[in-house]
Design a binder for this molecule. Structure first.
Ligand code: FAD
Length: 486
């Protein structure tokens, strides 16, 4: 009788506790993944994330085959499919690694039902550095503020050593009766065909050894630790530099674990190749991810409602034309437009710019954070059920430990501070590349001869700003006044 391993957001063979336990059972192992777009507890993936998932599954499948095993794929509601797989395979046990959002309800129901039928069902940690509930405040509650949460989390470090990937995985025969149910990766149709809009994604993520999937994740981690971890604290806020790890999509799909990332960084620190400040800064970003997951775990889905219900009364505007201009990178504010175009092309945006564009949408345009969150969900390869809505609510002011609403990013000064030479803007907004640095973040202030020399005609080949910064700022503050509790 085989042990089944159900792969979900953990598309890796290394540091995989469920897989390791299956191997240790001494039984043959049957590995499967369910592409579940049907269960109401599961938010259907956006387009860019589906594209990423294809690569992640392909690589997992290769890595299992290299170990003498196989990945079987199914499509549909897990709660119907998994018991059938268990029954047809005549399984002795079912193992999985935990999830932390509303999918937990599916897992809990399945666990109960299958255990009642006599099956051994076990779930394992691995997605986070520390399980929700293991980093608690002095009164035994969950932290609501990041800094003390992270301080308490780091006090537990180092986290346990990552588990090694198994060398061989004895394979269980695939039951004939499941042939009709199983699908091929291509049948899942995760990658776009017509129109094929994924050219920019392929160019960005498939060009070098660091591709989608577990192998690419390790390439990327290695390159980051050897080239960019030193200097990370100073340079991570610069979108014009290639200074961050770009591990987010790999972490999102569980191709690599945060513990593996931390241990790689710790090894560099121990060898004195990076200083404490750079290590701590990277560790803190990984800590933000655990913090977001703790919020998801305690609040339930974060994309559907304000964590701070004061914001339920916020007089958001509905303006499809302005939302569209923001989505397409045509607001007339260069750093905002650069970010939105990077997102569209690469399925990725630098963290600093995510904050700027999110602030612009929710404050300058006074459009609901949910509209921005949904756009990111569809267009980011790393679209994450915890980090994305938590990031949006943080910027909008409606989240836990949120940035105060009245803190309104000025897109011009943000651009000048974090993209001082304008390289990032010039890359993504080439129509204004010829403007001098002085006005690259505020083209409407350029002198007519500078505009002419750069071939820029505002309102023709680059938009005039869709709002006036000072007016928009005042409108946002006035809106906030209406919901402030006295
Ligand atoms: P690095 O700087 O190398 O950081 C390492 C890892 O730490 C990241 O891969 C990520 O897993 C984690 N991390 C870094 N910053 C944060 C953060 N602020 N919050 C939580 N985790 C963090 N991140 C996502 O993974 N998916 C999302 O959908 C997402 N949406 C966001 C939306 C908004 C509005 C904002 C402000 C932030 C969002 N983030 C999201 C967080 C952050 O922008 C990205 O994780 C980061 O830019 C990814 O780049 P990197 O891997 O090079 O990061």
């Amino acid at each position: 009788q085989p042990v089944l391993v159900w792969f979900r957001d953990d598309l890796r063979v290394g540091d995989n506790a469920a897989l390791r336990a299956a191997l240790d059972s001494g039984r043959p192992v049957l590995c499967f993944h369910v592409f579940d777009d049907a269960s109401p507890e599961i938010r259907p993936l956006g387009g860019a994330a589906r594209w990423w998932l294809h690569g992640a599954l392909a690589n997992l499948s290769d890595n299992l085959e290299k170990r003498g095993n196989r990945l079987h794929l199914f499509s549909g509601a897990a709660e119907e499919l998994v018991p059938r797989v268990v029954a047809e395979a005549d399984a002795a046990a079912l193992y999985w690694n935990r999830r932390y959002g509303p999918e937990r309800e599916i897992d809990a129901r399945l666990k109960k039902r299958l255990r009642d039928d006599g099956l051994e069902v076990k779930s394992f940690p691995g997605r986070l550095v520390y399980e929700p509930g293991s980093v608690l405040n002095q009164s035994g509650g969950h932290y609501k503020v990041f800094t003390p949460f992270n301080r308490a989390a780091v006090a537990h470090d180092p986290p346990p050593e990552p588990l090694r990937a198994p060398r061989d995985l004895p394979r269980a025969p695939f039951p004939r009766a499941l042939d009709d149910l199983s699908v091929t990766l291509n049948e899942l149709a995760l990658e776009p065909r017509t129109p094929d809009w994924a050219g920019g994604l392929r160019e960005t993520w498939e060009a070098d050894a660091a591709k989608r999937g577990e192998d690419g994740a390790h390439e990327r981690l290695k390159a980051f630790v050897s080239r960019h971890l030193s200097g990370y604290a100073r340079e991570r806020d610069r979108p014009d530099f290639d200074a961050t790890s770009r591990l987010s999509a790999h972490l999102r799909f569980g191709e690599i674990t945060p513990r593996q990332a931390i241990h790689a960084a710790l090894a560099a620190r121990a060898a004195d190749r990076v200083d404490a400040q750079d290590y701590d800064s990277f560790r803190a970003e990984i800590g933000w991810r655990d913090f977001s997951y703790q919020l998801l775990f305690t609040h339930g889905p974060l994309h559907t409602r304000n964590m701070n219900d004061q914001f339920d009364a916020m007089p958001w505007r509905e303006d499809d034309a302005e939302l569209h201009a923001w989505q397409r990178g045509r607001t007339g504010f260069p750093v905002v437009d650069a970010g939105m175009r990077q997102l569209w092309h690469q399925g990725f945006m630098h963290n600093r710019v995510r904050m700027i564009v999110a602030s612009f949408l929710t404050k300058h345009l006074l459009i609901h954070w949910k509209a921005g969150e949904a756009w990111f969900w569809d267009t980011l390869v790393d679209a994450d059920p915890a980090n994305n809505p938590a990031g949006w609510q943080w910027v909008a002011g409606s989240g836990a430990d949120a940035q105060p609403y009245y803190r309104i990013f000025n897109p011009m000064t943000q651009g000048e501070k974090f993209d001082p030479e304008g390289d990032y803007v010039r890359r993504w907004v080439p129509e204004i590349a010829g403007l001098p640095n002085r006005v690259i973040h505020r083209p409407w202030e350029a002198k007519p001869d500078a505009l002419k020399a750069a071939g820029v005609v505002l309102g023709k080949n680059y938009p005039k700003p869709i709002v006036v910064h000072e007016d928009a700022r005042k409108r946002a503050l006035d809106a906030f006044e209406t919901i402030k509790r006295r």
